[in-house]
Design a protein around this ligand. Structure first.
Ligand code: HMG
Ligand code: MG
Length: 305
C-alpha cells in the first residue's frame, strides 16, 4: 500500500512520558512543556491522567494542569487526558477537559496490575464513562495495551487484541490506539497484530503507540505506515515508561518519528528544529540527555558549529 500523505502525531510526553518519573516534576514545568509542544505544531497533546494519585503520584496535579491548559488552549489543538473510571471522568470534566482516553489491555495479567480489574470488568467500567462523555460532548479515544507482549504473560495473541480493540470501537471511541507497552514488537509481530485488528476496524480509526524498549519502534512505524496506518503516538525526547511494566522504556521519540516522516517526504505539520529544542529543554529540566538519537545528533551538530 502507498504511504499516507499526511501523518498525525499524538504527543503523549506530558502523560505517558512523565507518569513514571520518580523526581517531582513541578506543575509549571509540565505547563511549559505543553506550551512548547504546541509551538512545535503538535495538534494532539495528551496532557495528564485523571488516575488515582496513590497509583501514579506524578499525575496528582492533573486538575491544576488541565485547568490552566484549558484556560489558555490553542484553537485547533486537542488535549486528551487518561481516564480509568467515572470518578476520573467527573474530575476531568470539572477541570474543563474536552477529550479523554480510556484504556484497556489485551492481557488479563496486565489489566489486573494496571487498573486492578479484569479486561471484561474494565470494559464494563467504561460503559457509564462513555455515556457521561456523550452527554457532555466529550470525545473519547481508546487504548489497548500489551498488543504484542505482556511483562507478566508473555506473547499476546493478535485475536485478543482485535477483540478488545473492536469492543472499544463499538463503544464509540473515535480512534483506537494500539500500545506495544513493553516495546517487544518487530515489524513481523506488529503487522500480524495489525492484520487481525484491521479485519474488525477500518484502518483510519487505528493508531500505533509503540514503545522503544528494544529499539524497534521506528521500524514498526515504518511497517505500519506501509500498512496504511496514519496516526502514531510518540513522546518528546523519548520520555517515559509505564509504572506497571517494569523495564519498559519511553514511547518512540517524537523527533525520531518526524525525522523519519521528513525523510519519506510525508507531511506532519511539525517543526523538527523546534522539537529538538524542546527535547533539549525538558531533558535539561529532568537532568538527563534526550533518549532520542535524532535529538542527540542534531544537538551535537549545533555544539560543533
Ligand atoms: P482501585 O484501588 O481498584 O480503585 O484502583 P477503587 O475504586 O477501589 O478506589 C480506591 C481509591 O482510589 C479510593 O480512594 C478512590 O476514591 C480512589 P480512598 O477511598 O482509598 O481514599 N480513586 C481515584 N482517585 C482519583 N482518580 C480516580 C480514582 N478512582 C478511584 N480516577 C484505579 C483502580 C483504576 C483507580 C487505579 O488502578 C488507577 O488509577 N490505575 C491507573 C494506572 C495508570 O495510570 N497506569 C499507567 C497508564 S496506562 C499506560 O501507560 C499504557 C498506555 O500508555 C498504552 C500503552 O503503552 O500500552 C495508555
Ligand atoms: Mg504507553
Amino acid at each position: 500500500m502507498a504511504y499516507p500523505t499526511f501523518v498525525n502525531i499524538v504527543e503523549v510526553g506530558p502523560r505517558d512520558g512523565l507518569q513514571n518519573e520518580k523526581q517531582n516534576v513541578p506543575t509549571a514545568t509540565k505547563l511549559e512543556l505543553i506550551r512548547r509542544l504546541e509551538n512545535s505544531g503538535l495538534k494532539q497533546i495528551e496532557a495528564a491522567a485523571f488516575v488515582s494519585p496513590k497509583w501514579v503520584p506524578q499525575m496528582a496535579d492533573h486538575s491544576e494542569v488541565m485547568r490552566e491548559v484549558m484556560r489558555s488552549k490553542r484553537p485547533g489543538v486537542g488535549y486528551p487526558v487518561l481516564v480509568p473510571n467515572l470518578k476520573g471522568f467527573e474530575a476531568a470534566l470539572v477541570a474543563g477537559v474536552e477529550e479523554i482516553a480510556i484504556f484497556a489491555a489485551a492481557s488479563e495479567a496486565f489489566s489486573q496490575k494496571n487498573i486492578n480489574c479484569s479486561i471484561a470488568e474494565s470494559l464494563d467500567r467504561f460503559v457509564p464513562v462513555m455515556a457521561a462523555a456523550k452527554a457532555a460532548n466529550v470525545k473519547v479515544r481508546g487504548y489497548v495495551s500489551c498488543v504484542v507482549g505482556c511483562p507478566y504473560q508473555g506473547e499476546v495473541p493478535p485475536q485478543i487484541v482485535a477483540d478488545v480493540a473492536h469492543a472499544l470501537y463499538a463503544m464509540g471511541c473515535y480512534e483506537v490506539s494500539l500500545g506495544d507497552t513493553i516495546g517487544v514488537g518487530t515489524p513481523a509481530s506488529v503487522l500480524a497484530m495489525l492484520e487481525a485488528v484491521a479485519k474488525r476496524i477500518p484502518l483510519k480509526f487505528i493508531a500505533g503507540h509503540y514503545h522503544d524498549t528494544y529499539g524497534m519502534a521506528i521500524a514498526n512505524i515504518h511497517a505500519s505506515l506501509q500498512f496504511g496506518i496514519s496516526t502514531f503516538d510518540s513522546s518528546i525526547a523519548g520520555l517515559g515508561g509505564c509504572p506497571y511494566a517494569a523495564g519498559a522504556s519511553g514511547n518512540v521519540a517524537t523527533e525520531d518519528v518526524v525525522y523519519l516522516l521528513n525523510g519519506l517526504g510525508l507531511e506532519s505539520g511539525i517543526s523538527l528544529d523546534s522539537l529538538v529544542e524542546t527535547a533539549d529543554w525538558i531533558s535539561n529540566a529532568l537532568g538527563r540527555q534526550p533518549a532520542s538519537r535524532v535529538s542527540r545528533a542534531m544537538l551535537a551538530k549545533c555544539q560543533k558549529s
